[in-house]
Design a protein around this ligand. Structure first.
Ligand SMILES: C=C1C[C@]23C[C@H]1CC[C@H]2[C@@]12CCC[C@@](C)(C(=O)O1)[C@H]2[C@@H]3C(=O)O
Ligand SMILES: O=C(O)CCC(=O)C(=O)O
Ligand SMILES: [Fe+2]
Length: 358
């Protein structure tokens, strides 16, 4: 039996000083424990990109003949892009948004019946990365790895089977899309199937696994001082994000600061994760991103976090490594990397980097 994501996290309990949320709707003012300052997050106050620069993440039409090169270039400059004509039925996106909304609208007591345990990865709770910060985030989440049946039964005694089918269908579609996007990006670098043995296109994707992260950012009384989800990179190969019609996702660019990703109805946001950065020998950028909140509209997002099976060694594609230099990164499995990340968080990538000898 391959190691699942659930197995990987069992050995990494997270101890959160505050493991569940207050009833956000009852808070009229931002409590101290939710008030962020630059001390709590070095990049908190980094300049937002002036809208006048017109710099925006590309919106790529997957039916366009140049889609592969556009994706490749977006992965290098932004580490992210939006896609239209992705082939995922609109009803499925609306379905998953509806499921997410109904989950977070449940009474707190019901949601807590499916609370994530200290040693678990699935279930309801605060963001995993909360343990690295002194302040709390203005959000609640629900993580799905493997079958959500047990948790969903507790949340919706009547409707859980329908919702399980919906999640399964969503994951299937996302899985296919993710591998298609990965290969488009790799092809743009001249990398083909012979170069990466474990990631064959025609293997029913039995080399991949995923997690689904549902996020809710309630309306916030003082959004400028609050943080929905603190800045992080994903450890994945790729993450595909569906966001409802409320802006909040921001990407960090060294040259521009924080850039907001505008919601485009029906489209999906794709971002490069740490493993794809490693695989591309640093060519694709694992983008630092975060979620801000606002005072008038609550926000929902659904992240499909996608990577290889836990024991597959990921190393920079030899073709992308210069013949006279060593690869930028050591080889690492997703399992090893998630463990490094669970301890070192945003420093994980630099810990497996090969340092040039003088
Ligand atoms: C398979 C994954 C990937 C996880 C952990 C586990 C399930 C949930 C994912 C996230 C989702 C939120 C950001 C992140 C940084 C987090 O804390 O939980 C992600 C993390 C990672 O990409 O490293
Ligand atoms: O809500 C968002 O826009 C970002 C979510 C995210 O980054 C994540 O779940 O990993
Ligand atoms: Fe993320």
């Amino acid at each position: 039996m391959p190691t699942t994501l659930t197995d990987v996290f069992r050995g990494h309990p997270i101890h959160l000083p505050h493991s569940h949320q207050p009833d956000f709707t009852s808070l009229r003012e931002l409590p101290d424990s939710y008030t962020w300052t630059p001390k709590d997050d070095l990049l908190f106050a980094a300049a937002p990109s002036p809208p006048a620069t017109g710099e925006n993440i590309p919106l790529i039409d997957l039916n366009h003949p140049d889609a592969a090169s556009q994706i490749g270039s977006a992965c290098r400059t932004w580490g992210a892009f939006q896609i239209a004509n992705h082939g995922v039925p609109l009803e499925l996106l609306q379905g998953i948004e509806f499921l997410t909304g109904s989950l977070f609208r449940l009474p707190v007591k019901r949601k807590l019946k499916a609370a994530r345990s200290e040693t678990g990865v699935s279930g309801y709770g605060v963001a995993r990365i909360s343990s690295f910060f002194n302040k709390q985030m203005w959000s609640e989440g629900f993580t799905i790895t493997g079958s959500p049946l047990n948790d969903f039964r507790k949340l919706w005694p009547q409707l859980h089977l329908n919702y399980c089918d919906l999640v399964e269908e969503y994951e299937e579609q996302m899985q296919k899309l993710a591998s298609k996007l990965m290969w488009l990006a790799l092809n743009s670098l001249g990398v083909s199937e012979e170069d990466i043995k474990w990631a064959s296109v025609n293997s029913d994707l039995n080399w991949a696994q995923s997690a689904l992260q549902l996020n809710h950012y309630p309306v916030c009384p003082e959004p400028d001082r609050a943080m929905g989800l603190a800045a992080h990179t994903d450890s994945t190969l790729l993450t595909i994000l569906y966001q409802n019609n409320t802006a909040g996702l921001q990407l960090f660019r060294d040259d521009l600061g924080w850039v907001t990703v505008p919601p485009v109805p029906g489209s999906l946001v794709v971002n490069v994760g740490d493993l794809f950065h490693i695989l591309s020998n640093g060519l694709f950028k694992s983008v630092l991103h975060r979620a801000r909140v606002n005072q008038t509209k609550s926000r929902l997002s659904v992240a499909f976090l996608w990577g290889p099976l836990s024991d597959i060694k990921i190393s920079p594609v030899p073709k992308l490594v210069s013949p006279v230099e060593s690869p930028l990164y050591q080889s690492v499995t997703w399992k090893e990397y998630l463990r490094t990340k669970a301890v070192h968080f945003n420093k994980a990538l630099s810990m497996i980097r090969n340092h040039v000898e003088e």
